[in-house]
Structure formats: structure tokens, C-alpha cells
Design a protein around this ligand. Structure first.
Ligand SMILES: CNc1nc2c(CC[C@H]3O[C@@H](OC)[C@H](OC)[C@@H]3O)c3nc(N)[nH]c(=O)c3cc2[nH]1
Length: 390
């Protein structure tokens, strides 16, 4: 079950404002979806996710199938009951993880044979098995099982012929996913995934075949897989706006704040990326004026928060009043630098709150600008601000 309402479209770009209605609630788009691969968004309390306005989070079929396993998840009625998240969840199909297992897996038309990296068990993942797992997880949005076409194979750029064969297998797996999804009477929404490597003609063939399947939503896969930035931008400029306008469009695994703004301008509605959470754990913080490495000695005595305009708990404390607005309840860069240097748990926790808030707030600003017809101005200001440097 999914309803997508297209609210406004930007006259100067492919950007649009929408609203997704799913079984576990509504999602305003464009939206960023925090990644909770193993059933938790690393280092963040669900209550903090609610406070920062997270509307939908991700889970991953592959990881949750291996641990805790279907029997446990079944006992809780699925992933919502298990991780105590009562808003929408999107689960990825496991294709990407299995692909990244490398030598440990054998891909055939039937599906993928591999040894569990957890306990060595011999496992088999097919479109049908992936649908059965995601039905048990009861996620609001289910991704088809696909093959994420690599950018390179043994150091050589993937040829058009290889990308074509991979894309066509993903199309056959889309059909098998849809048949099984319907056979299971899954009440949620199944998304197709466009492949085709870095070849626009293959991307066009993939999206045409998927559009003909009349699925509730579509993702663009096979990017953010190690390709040069200009290649990703080329595909981002080609594919999203060619997908059905009245269906939600999800760009998988992307990206930096600049990529999200560019993606919205190209017509993307939904994003997921491990960057805000992973970078937080590595001490790289996103701010309005650029990225900041909290480990750097220059922060040792700095009383300012990470970002003077930010209202997150880390920057503005319980009052939520930003430093620039006179607020002095937030944590200082000096304190965060100290926590990082000492390896204190609180460091990555506070940094993750800030980075996720930054991403979610960026999308909130974009939605507001689209509602006010000011997306072009916001896009220019964000680009200039981020280039200023911290
Ligand atoms: C990072 N770049 C990137 N991610 C990608 C993901 C999600 C990875 C999935 O793995 C977990 O994060 C690591 C997340 O799972 C919750 C995410 O959805 C993809 N998933 C599928 N099915 N097909 C793709 O072509 C694909 C391409 C990607 N490029």
C-alpha cells in the first residue's frame, strides 16, 4: 500500500515536493532516510531520531536474515516491533551486500549462493527468498532483489556488454520479485531498481521495462559504487527525471550534502547514505560552511559549537537555541575534541546526533524552499556557504 501525492514542481529544475502515505505513516519528500542496517541507527536513541524529525529509516534484509534470523523477527511481528520504531521502514533486498561479499559468493540466474560471513552456513538468496524475508520484516517499502552492477571488474571499467547482461538479469529478477510479492499478498510497496552501469542507453532500457511493470516506486541503483563523481552526476542527470513523474524516486547510497541538493534538482525524492553516521564515528562533521575534523588541534580550546546556526542537541543543548541566536547551552568544539581524543563513547554519539540532524534539517529547508517557490535561491546559497570553509 502506498500513495504518492505530487504537491509542487519547481519550474527551474526537476525538483518536486511530495508526500508518501505508507502503512506506518506519512513521509514528506524530498527526504533523507537514516541507515539502520542491523536494526539500529548506530549510536542514536530512537527518541533522538523522533526529535530530529526522522520520518523513515532503513533496515537490511541480508544482515537481519543472518542475525537475529527470521524466527526471532517473526516472534515480534516484524522489524517495527523488534526495534521499537513505529514509523515507516524501507528494507534493502540484500543484493548490494551479497555483491560486496566478493569471492565468497556465486551468482547464477536462479540467485546467489554464499557462505554466511557470520557462521559459515551455506545460504541461497533469490528474488523469492528476498521477498519472503522482507515480508517477515513487514517493511513499508520492499526493494526488489537486483544485481548492483560494479563500476569496475578486476580493475577494468565494466563493459557495456557486461553491464547490459547484468541489467537484464536484474529486470528478470524484478519480475520474479513482483510475482512472489503478489503471491505472498504482501500489503506493502515493492520498488524496482534501475541498473545499466554508466551507460545512458542501458539505463533507458532498464527504466522503460520497469515502468511497464507499473510498480509503486522506483530506485536508481548501481551508483555510488566507486565511480568518479562526474560519472555519478552524469547518471543523476540522465535517469531520475525519466522515471514516472507520479511515482516516488529513490537514489540509493547517495551522498554528500551537495549530492542531495543536486539529486533533488534532478527529480529525486528519497535518499539514503551511511555518510552522516559513519563520518560522525570518524570525527568528520558536516556544517553549514563545510566539513570539520574535530580531531584537529585547532579545536582544542574553541568554545563555539560545531555549527553556529544549528539547533540540534549537540550544538544548541536542551534549549535548542542556536549559538548565532544567543544560545549557549550547546557543547563546545573543545569538549567534542576532548571526547574524540579520549575515545569517549559520548563523542560519536553527540557527533551522530549533529550529522543526522544536519542532513534531516537540510531536507527540511529544501521542502520549505520548494513550498515557497525559492528552491533556486536556496540551492545557490547552500553551494556558496558550503564552499566557504570552516
Ligand atoms: C553506498 N553506495 C551504494 N549503496 C547502494 C545500495 C544500498 C546498500 C544498502 O546497504 C546498507 O548501507 C551500506 C543499507 O542497507 C540498509 C543500504 O540500503 C544498493 N542497493 C541495491 N539493492 N542495489 C544497488 O544498486 C545499490 C547501490 C548502492 N550504492
Amino acid at each position: 500500500m502506498l500513495q504518492f501525492d505530487l504537491l509542487t514542481t519547481d519550474p527551474a529544475s526537476h525538483a518536486r515536493r511530495g508526500r508518501l502515505t505508507l502503512r506506518h505513516g506519512q513521509v514528506q519528500t524530498p527526504i533523507f532516510m537514516p541507515v539502520g542496517t542491523h536494526g539500529s541507527v548506530k549510536g542514536v536513541l530512537p527518541r533522538s531520531l523522533h526529535e530530529m524529525g526522522a520520518q523513515i529509516i532503513l533496515g537490511n534484509t541480508f544482515h537481519l536474515w543472518l542475525r537475529p534470523g527470521l524466527a526471532v523477527l517473526q516472534g515480534f511481528g516484524g522489524l517495527h516491533g523488534f526495534e521499537k520504531w513505529n514509523k515507516p521502514i524501507l528494507t534493502d533486498s540484500g543484493g548490494f551486500q551479497v555483491w560486496s561479499l566478493g569471492a565468497l559468493r556465486t551468482i547464477t540466474e536462479e540467485g546467489v549462493h554464499f557462505a554466511s560471513p557470520v557462521n559459515g552456513d551455506k545460504l541461497f538468496l533469490s528474488p523469492e527468498v528476498s521477498m519472503q524475508i522482507q515480508t517477515t520484516l513487514d517493511s513499508d517499502i520492499v526493494m526488489q532483489l537486483d544485481e548492483c552492477t560494479p563500476y569496475e571488474t578486476r580493475g577494468q571499467r565494466t563493459t557495456e556488454r557486461a553491464a547490459c547482461q547484468s541489467m537484464q538479469m536484474s529486470l528478470r529478477w524484478a519480475k520474479r520479485s513482483q510475482d512472489e510479492f503478489q503471491r505472498l499478498n504482501n500489503p506493502n510497496a515493492l520498488f524496482g531498481i534501475v541498473q545499466g552501469g554508466m551507460y545512458e542507453n542501458l539505463r533507458a532500457e532498464s527504466l522503460a521495462a520497469l515502468a511497464a511493470m507499473d510498480l509503486p516506486g522506483y530506485a536508481i541503483g548501481g551508483v555510488s559504487v566507486g565511480e568518479p563523481k562526474d560519472e555519478m552526476l552524469r547518471i543523476m542527470a540522465h535517469t531520475p527525471h525519466r522515471l514516472p513523474a507520479h511515482k516516488p524516486r529513490y537514489l540509493m547510497g547517495v551522498g554528500t550534502p551537495e549530492d542531495l541538493v543536486e539529486g533533488v534538482a534532478q527529480g529525486v525524492d528519497m535518499f539514503d547514505c551511511v555518510m552522516p553516521t559513519r563520518n560522525a564515528r570518524n570525527g568528520t562533521l558536516f556544517t553549514r560552511f563545510g566539513d570539520l575534523k574535530i580531531r584537529n588541534a585547532r579545536h582544542k580550546t574553541d568554545p563555539q559549537p560545531l555549527d553556529g546556526s544549528c539547533t540540534c542537541y549537540t550544538c544548541a543543548g536542551p534549549s535548542g537555541v542556536a549559538w548565532d541566536q544567543g544560545g549557549r547551552d550547546g557543547f563546545s568544539r573543545a569538549y567534542l575534541h576532548h571526547l574524540e581524543r579520549c575515545g569517549e563513547m559520548l563523542g560519536p554519539m553527540l557527533s551522530t546526533v549533529h550529522n543526522l540532524h544536519y542532513y534531516l534539517n537540510l531536507m527540511r529547508e529544501i521542502r520549505q524552499a520548494l513550498d515557497a517557490g525559492e528552491f533556486t535561491q536556496l540551492r545557490a546559497r547552500l553551494k556558496a556557504d558550503r564552499a566557504r570553509g570552516v
